[in-house]
Design a protein around this ligand. Structure first.
Ligand SMILES: NC(=O)C1=CN([C@@H]2O[C@H](COP(=O)(O)OP(=O)(O)OC[C@H]3O[C@@H](n4cnc5c(N)ncnc54)[C@H](O)[C@@H]3O)[C@@H](O)[C@H]2O)C=CC1
Ligand SMILES: O=C([O-])CC(=O)C(=O)O
Length: 345
């Protein structure tokens, strides 16, 4: 009897994975995902990971140049998603039409010595024009913002959507998953834990001291000395800079970011498809911290994007101090984004 049910289980699994490969599962809704900036350092591996995801039925790869080659390459992979490449602004409308989820890693990355805010002058304009196109061509899509400085690019997109009359705070996300990925990895290494069992919420924003890992809420529970806590917190906050320095002028995190972006995008799609209890940290419109209209915290995802912005839980004294000291920097990055769209120069 047991052997028979194991055999039936294996057969069902094989059939369902065959259906997924062909993109034919009747239980899986059609989901079109676009990557804007798809020929870049993040965009290429992120496109690959989206092509490998059985929940994605259509993959739209857009960049200002270089996407036909990337799309042709990825399209030869024998997984279900149909792949199309689009290059140049005149193709942007086609790239966005019918999208359920738009992931934005378009823009310039840091070089050693730069802060994420140093990218504002170039990336703010890129994000503004992409957000404007999203409002026109797929206003109901969820948007996953990767382009830096995330603390400002999310408010920029929100202001553009407000001007266009399409803003829904439930659908706009700053992707901070890489901070969570790093905190998990660094904690597991430091304490000799299996990284697969480790989780650490990271709240605040996505730059320097605005990145606040909550090691007091880590799973499994860990005892950290003051020195360990400080070192792990700083390493998480400086993780991006660590990669920028290691790449020595050749950009910032791309592969780990593609992994993190794919994790977050998958959670968004699962939520849209009706999965229960999908919780991720993300930088969203929030009232969790009074006075900060955008803040990253745990968010429950659902069919319409954000179902619920969850509170911070109990903070340690160390974390409370970190929260107090990040507020002014985060607020000024938010204001900078809002003003970019609204203040005429
Ligand atoms: N949120 C996060 O945790 C992280 C964010 N980033 C940010 O992601 C962004 C991209 O980084 P990389 O992929 O390494 O840079 P990259 O320079 O390798 O790729 C960026 C791509 O964007 C494209 N692009 C530029 N203007 C565009 C437009 N108007 N429309 C569509 N595409 C456009 C470029 O042609 C290029 O292919 C940077 O701003 C970087 O700081 C990077 C790592 C982590
Ligand atoms: O540090 C950067 O410039 C890229 C980034 O956001 C990260 O790696 O977290």
């Amino acid at each position: 009897m047991a052997a028979r049910s194991v055999a039936v289980g294996l057969l069902k699994r094989a059939l369902s994975s065959q259906q997924q490969v062909r993109g034919m599962s009747s239980a899986t809704p059609k989901r079109k995902v676009a990557v804007l900036g798809a020929a870049g350092g993040i965009g290429q591996p992120l496109g690959l990971l989206m092509k490998l995801n059985p929940l994605v039925t259509d993959l739209s790869l857009y960049d200002i140049a270089g996407t036909p080659g990337v799309a042709c390459d990825i399209s030869h992979i024998n997984t279900g998603a149909n792949v199309e490449g689009f290059a140049g602004e005149e193709d942007l409308a086609k790239a966005l039409k019918g999208c359920d989820l738009v992931i934005i890693p378009a823009g310039v990355p840091r070089k050693p010595g730069m802060t994420r805010d140093d990218l504002f002058n170039i990336n703010a304009g890129i994000v503004r024009s992409l957000a404007s196109a999203i409002a026109e061509h797929c206003p109901g899509a969820l948007v996953n913002m990767i382009s830096n400085p995330v603390n400002s690019t999310v408010p920029i997109a929100a202001e553009v959507f407000k001007q266009k009359g399409t803003y829904d705070p439930k659908r706009l996300f700053g992707v901070t998953t890489l901070d969570v990925v790093r905190a998990r990895t660094f904690l597991a290494h430091r304490k000799g834990l299996n990284v697969r069992d480790v989780d650490v919420p990271v709240v605040g924003g996505h730059a320097g001291i605005t990145i606040l890992p909550l090691f007091s809420q880590a799973t499994p529970k860990v005892d950290l000395s003051d020195e360990e806590l400080d070192a792990l917190t700083k390493r998480t906050q400086d993780g991006g800079t660590e990669v920028v320095q290691a790449k020595a002028g050749k950009g910032s995190a791309t592969l780990s970011m593609a992994y993190a972006g794919a994790l977050f995008a998958e959670s968004c799609v699962k939520g849209m498809n009706g999965a229960q209890d999908i919780v991720e940290c993300s930088y969203v419109a929030s009232s969790v911290v009074p006075g900060l209209p955008y803040f990253s915290s745990k968010v429950r995802l659902g069919p319409n994007g954000v179902e619920e912005v969850l509170g911070l839980g109990k903070l340690s004294d160390y974390e409370q101090k970190g929260l107090d000291s990040l507020k002014s920097e985060l607020m000024s990055s938010i204001e900078k984004g809002v003003n970019f769209v609204n203040v005429k120069t």
